[in-house]
Design a binder for this molecule. Structure first.
Ligand code: SF4
Ligand code: SF4
Length: 196
């Protein structure tokens, strides 16, 4: 706020004092004002466009853009999430809900750990894409990706379950660009139990 000459507080330097002076006959024609307006409109035709034809055209985003989450599988196609709950605990928006279940003998090929998430949901209306869940996860099971969350007309469509979040077996989501060279080098070491 800027104090003006009369010690009044004004909110901007661009404020104008409105005058009630009588208009001249040219001003009363409104034509100069119309041409002035048209000139401003025309000048925008020659400026660089700031808009794009989304969703047909999408802006390139950073490799570490924080968009739609993915629940990763391991090299054998098993779900990495062990339903430890750390992501939900670290989520400031309380957007994550899960139910843990115990892996059965015949489910070894489905889940990496003996505990897994039978239900895992993220409420995308609550999510602020802070990335805390990704940072908190000890199993490298959840990552944010450069994919966008599409708009919807129904609120319940924003509750994303495992059917959307878990990566398809035949189309894995590459998250290697999000990881530092040190992490990638560590992951190559198969003697570490974390990488088996
Ligand atoms: S990105 Fe942040 S707000 Fe969204 S689910 Fe993860 S922790 Fe919660
Ligand atoms: S995504 Fe990671 S932090 Fe969240 S429950 Fe699964 S293993 Fe735990």
């Amino acid at each position: 706020m800027i104090p003006n000459s009369k010690n009044k507080i004004v909110l901007t330097k661009r404020s104008k004092v409105v005058s009630n002076k009588t208009m001249t006959w040219i001003e009363r024609l409104y034509l100069p004002a119309i041409f002035q307006g048209m000139a401003i409109t025309l000048s925008h035709f020659f400026k660089k466009e700031v808009t794009i034809q989304y969703p047909e055209v999408q802006r390139p985003v950073s490799d570490i853009y924080r968009g739609l989450h993915v629940l990763k599988r391991d090299d054998l196609g098993r779900e990495r999430c062990t339903a430890c709950g750390l992501c939900a605990l670290s989520c400031p928006a309380e957007a994550i809900t899960m139910i843990a279940a115990e892996r059965k003998e015949d489910e070894m090929h489905l889940y990496r750990e003996e505990k897994y998430a039978s239900l895992y949901e993220i409420n995308m209306l609550r999510c602020i894409f802070c990335g805390n869940c990704e940072t908190a996860c000890p199993k490298e099971a959840i990552f944010l990706t450069e994919r966008f969350v599409p708009s919807q007309t129904k609120r319940d469509k924003f509750i994303y379950g495992k059917d959307v979040l878990v990566e398809p077996k035949d189309a894995p989501i590459d998250i290697s660009k999000r990881q530092t060279p040190e992490v990638l080098a560590f992951k190559k070491d198969k003697t570490q139990s974390h990488n088996k």
